[in-house]
Write a protein that binds this ligand. Structure first.
Ligand SMILES: Nc1ncnc2c1ncn2[C@@H]1O[C@H](COP(=O)(O)OP(=O)(O)OP(=O)(O)O)[C@@H](O)[C@H]1O
Length: 307
């Protein structure tokens, strides 16, 4: 078994260091930083000034009631990369993502988005940077009685004047067209007019992803997006996340409890143990020893569930 204090780091195979796509993107690439001011030329955070690095987390700390959950966590995510975040229940995966998007306030550490540091305060720059990130949850948080299209349009509310949020009737035509393109991207354009609650769980999760696209996020963080889905729907949703990274240059990180799905679709796997990175490897290089290190002492449970 691997020593838990060490990170098993495996370099990516040639050609996978900067995942990039082939084939025409269905939507404009969101990987660029054109609408952000130039990042500082030098940064104390390793990789934060590298334009290919969409998200750089360094030394992230978080405790709840004196119990350490994140213990100086380091994480980097590149544009065009699909990273699977693995680890046993309670190891801090959700907390890490929630700190990045601002749903939790870290006790320490730094978060850089496209090379710019996100402050703990809700200053305008940090809010603007965080809008580049979208979170997709296991619970899809759609308004079930509203149309699929209205739900996707809601992804844009953060950048629209307040009055547009009063009623979907005020959504501008251009927004509806953009939302349709996002729905088309996830293969659900033909369901646009239906109430969201009428769709299956897997389809609703794809609507939630379309909503993230309509937010124009360049970083998509998915927290157990397929835990409530059957194997076929899970395969489709994880495959879609991988495509968004590969074809549109989005930086995508997904918490998964299915190592086989991670192996099949992700570029890289990061495994957390005790609030730190214990494994960081190309997905295809994930070993049994890695899984044992991450899920021990519950290995037998993991074997039963995931094979
Ligand atoms: N708001 C909170 N208040 C108190 N404790 C919390 C809070 N949020 C998370 N925790 C605790 O922090 C620990 C890590 O939780 P987290 O949800 O990040 O784990 P996880 O790795 O995502 O687990 P799972 O795979 O079960 O979703 C858990 O022990 C959890 O109970």
């Amino acid at each position: 078994m691997m020593p838990t204090e060490e990170v098993r780091q495996v370099p990516p195979p040639a050609g996978r260091t900067a995942p990039g796509g082939s084939g025409p993107p269905a939507l404009p690439s969101r990987s660029g930083v054109a609408d952000l001011p130039a990042a500082p030329s030098a940064s104390p955070v390793e990789g934060a000034a590298d334009p290919g690095v969409a998200l750089a987390v360094r030394g992230l700390r978080k405790s709840f009631s004196g119990r350490t959950v994140l213990d100086a966590l380091d994480l980097r995510l590149r544009s065009g990369e699909f990273l699977a975040l693995l680890g046993a229940n309670g190891c801090g995966k959700s907390t890490a993502l929630r700190c990045v998007v601002g749903l939790e306030t870290p006790d320490g550490g730094t978060i850089h988005i496209h090379g710019r540091e996100v402050g703990a305060a809700r200053d305008a720059e940090s809010v603007r940077l965080r809008r580049r990130t979208a979170m997709v949850f296991q619970q899809v948080h759609l308004v079930r009685r509203r149309s699929v299209l209205d739900n996707v349009c809601a992804g844009a509310l953060g950048r629209l004047p307040l009055r547009h949020s009063l009623t979907p009737l005020l959504f501008p035509r251009e927004l509806r067209e953009e939302a349709m393109a996002c729905l088309d991207r996830v293969g659900l354009a033909d369901r646009a007019a239906e109430p969201a609650g009428r769709l299956s769980g897997g389809q609703q999760q794809r609507v939630a992803i379309a909503r993230a696209l309509c937010q124009r996020a360049s970083i998509v963080l998915a927290d157990e997006p397929v835990s409530a889905l059957d194997p076929a729907a899970a395969e489709q949703v994880v495959g879609l996340l991988a495509e968004l990274a590969r074809d549109q240059g989005l930086a995508v990180a997904a918490v998964l409890h299915q190592p086989l799905l991670a192996r099949r679709h992700a570029d890289r796997v990061v495994g957390l143990l005790g609030g730190r990175v214990a494994v960081d490897a190309p997905a295809g290089a994930l070993t049994e020893a890695d899984l044992e290190a991450l899920y021990a002492p519950d290995r037998r449970t993991a074997e039963q569930e995931y094979r």
